[in-house]
Ligand binder design. Structure first.
Ligand code: F6R
Length: 605
């Protein structure tokens, strides 16, 4: 949700700001802007739409200045237009902001009553005006500090000052902010990825902290403005190199990376020779775990829902799952014997982070399953299980979802064997199957051309349905989520057995209905549900791992995934659905990596 960058240098910064904003665009792409300091003036340039528009403006009228801040916006307060684009500047200061100021209306009223005028509809402008007022009596750091005291909500800020032309101030409450260091240049950025082309030396602000950057040094301050020291993390080569390579879109690349990322994930957790799962230091002794509570949003929630079926099948532990935005407001009975697990690709999702905080306040043990290990959720939880998927840039999660499933499955197996809920033979069989997963994923992806044909069926469709039973049900939800977010086509995911209770009314001649029917205990029942859809004119796209089931004339298209075992089928069924959503979006000329109205990291509630 919005990306910010700041560079303090001994040379002009606008080109590097633009390059970093391009990397941050996955966080928001409604509008873009930058401000640099030139000859004691704040020089602001903004556009609605993408960073490339801003680049064109700069090409015509270049911006000078060795100090600058930049922003890509995901609109919260005010429509996405030039006026609401960041930075928001007065004559004295310029501010970029990621997050939400919850009491902005109240502050606005107060400032208006003093005769101050607002140009935009944003919540950010209150920060600009509060700092401008404070600067009349204070130096910059004190002015920012005093302003922050008046703000409610979550934010990361980058601020430059007309009369203090060598500094940038950064601040963090809730939303992430990284600091980068290099020779004669220092940086702030919403994430380390934005800084990668300029440095591999990174620190992270903790909640409540501020930083003051010049080109030569960075100072950090805590909530009470006491100086603090920071660890500097050196990013590895791997972490530093990300591009689309031979692929048309990051999403396509990320789909194709899955055999490798899942192989990496498995080898991080499973001993290659002895079949041991090296998950240690459980925050609660496995035999004493009373219940597992799994929490996430969107795709991450779908991985929790899938895992519920595994925990129920393989362990004797009770499982509860919830959507983070619901969990955080429930009247829960916390229990110190429950293990609360938070699943998140970014590790920055505001609702998931708040749900985790709620658990911490109630003194229960927390675990996070994340992709970004330096993220807020990872840092705030008692125990972290990384998914090792590598940076995911496409807004629609693919390799991170399959990574989350893999880690959840491994965790489930570990708990099951430690608690003796399964015997050694079952454990070994499951581990052997797990090791075959990367190759099976590869096989699914190699049939992409069949999915391309299937995708054409969606071009004239008014909507679509995804149906599955058991652990295929959450995958139906995930398939529908992917299709709607990428191609803006209405899609519903349903448990196939639930159709008669209402949704069957939606089936009409030619409506695409995707049936997920692995050869499990539900197979025959799913086929019956499919017949009911066929009888009402639905156009069937049938996905199975059943070698025997012949694809008959009532089925418009069929796709076979390899069969490893029933437990792993949800992972393999995911692959064709990812490719389907991708190809429908490509055929419909949608912006695959940056679907409208969305952003990769949802740092607002
Ligand atoms: C959908 C998608 C989102 C995210 C959700 C949670 O493709 O990516 O639904 O899964 O916003 O994000 P994380 O996993 O970063 O907490």
């Amino acid at each position: 949700m919005c990306g910010i960058i700041g560079i303090a240098s001994n040379k002009p910064v606008s080109i590097n700001i633009i390059n970093s904003l391009k990397k941050l665009e996955y966080r928001g792409y409604d509008s873009a802007g930058l401000a640099t300091l030139t000859d004691d003036n704040i020089n602001e340039k903004k556009c609605s739409g993408r960073v490339e528009e801003l680049e064109k403006i700069l090409f015509k009228t270049p911006s000078k200045g060795n100090i600058g801040i930049g922003h890509v916006r995901w609109a919260t307060h005010g429509v996405p237009n030039i006026v609401n684009a960041h930075p928001h500047s007065s004559d004295e200061v310029s501010v970029v902001h990621n997050g939400i100021i919850e009491n902005s209306d109240e502050i606005k009223r107060e400032l208006k009553s003093k005769g101050l005028k607002f140009k935009s509809q944003t919540d950010t402008e209150v920060i600009t005006l509060l700092i401008t007022e404070a600067l009349k009596e204070n130096e910059p750091l004190k002015s920012v500090y005093k302003t922050l005291k008046k703000l409610k909500g979550s934010f990361a800020l980058g601020i430059i000052f007309k009369d203090f032309s060598n500094i940038i101030i950064g601040a963090r409450r809730g939303s992430p902010l990284a600091v980068g260091y290099s020779k004669e240049e220092n940086y702030i950025g919403s994430d380390s990825y934005a800084l990668k082309s300029m440095t591999n030396k990174i620190s992270y602000l903790d909640d409540g902290e501020l930083c003051v950057l010049t080109k030569d040094q960075v100072s950090f301050y805590d909530e009470s403005l006491k100086k603090v020291n920071k660890k500097i993390h050196t990013m590895s080569e791997n972490e530093s190199s990300i591009d689309k390579g031979e692929y048309k879109h990051f999403m396509q690349k990320e789909i194709y990376e899955q055999p490798i990322t899942i192989k990496n994930c498995i080898s991080e957790y499973v001993d290659s020779l002895k079949k041991n799962i090296n998950i240690i230091n459980f925050p609660i002794e496995p035999n004493n775990i009373n219940k597992i509570v799994l929490v996430g949003c969107g795709t991450a929630y779908n991985s929790c829902l899938t895992a519920k079926y595994w925990f129920e099948e393989l362990t004797t532990i009770d499982v509860e799952i919830d959507i983070a935005s619901e969990f955080r407001y429930r009247k829960l009975k916390f229990n110190s014997k429950n293990l609360y697990i938070f699943v998140s690709q970014s590790g920055e999702t505001a609702d998931t982070a708040a749900a985790l905080d709620l658990c911490k306040k109630n003194n229960v043990k927390t675990c996070s399953i994340v992709n970004v290990i330096e993220s807020t959720i990872a840092r705030n939880s008692d125990w972290v299980l990384p998914i090792h998927a590598g940076t995911e840039i496409g807004v629609a999660s693919t390799k991170a979802f399959v990574g989350q499933l893999t880690v959840l499955y491994i965790l489930c197996l570990k708990l099951a064997i430690v608690r003796k809920d399964i015997n050694d033979k079952t454990y070994e069989k499951n581990i052997n199957n797990l090791k075959k997963l990367p190759e099976a994923i590869k096989e699914c992806i190699s049939n992409e051309n069949k999915i391309q044909l299937m995708a054409k069926e969606f071009l004239s469709a008014k909507g679509s349905m995804f149906l599955g039973r058991g652990s295929s049900f959450p995958i139906a939800l995930e398939g529908a989520l992917k299709l709607k977010e990428l191609s803006y086509l209405h899609a519903e995911g349903y448990p196939a057995g639930e159709m008669k209770h209402g949704p069957l009314a939606l089936i009409e001649e030619g409506l695409p209905v995707i049936i997920l029917a692995p050869k499990d205990k539900y197979f025959e029942k799913t086929i019956s549900n499919m017949q009911e859809v066929i009888a009402r004119g639905g156009k069937i796209l049938f996905i199975t791992d059943n070698k025997k089931e012949s694809i008959n004339e009532n089925i418009r298209f069929g796709f076979r995934v390899p069969h490893l075992d029933n437990l792993l089928s949800p992972i393999l069924l995911t692959l064709p659905l990812q490719m389907l959503a991708y190809h429908v979006a490509v055929l419909k000329n949608c912006d695959v990596d940056k679907p409208r109205n969305l952003a990769k990291s949802v740092t607002v509630e």
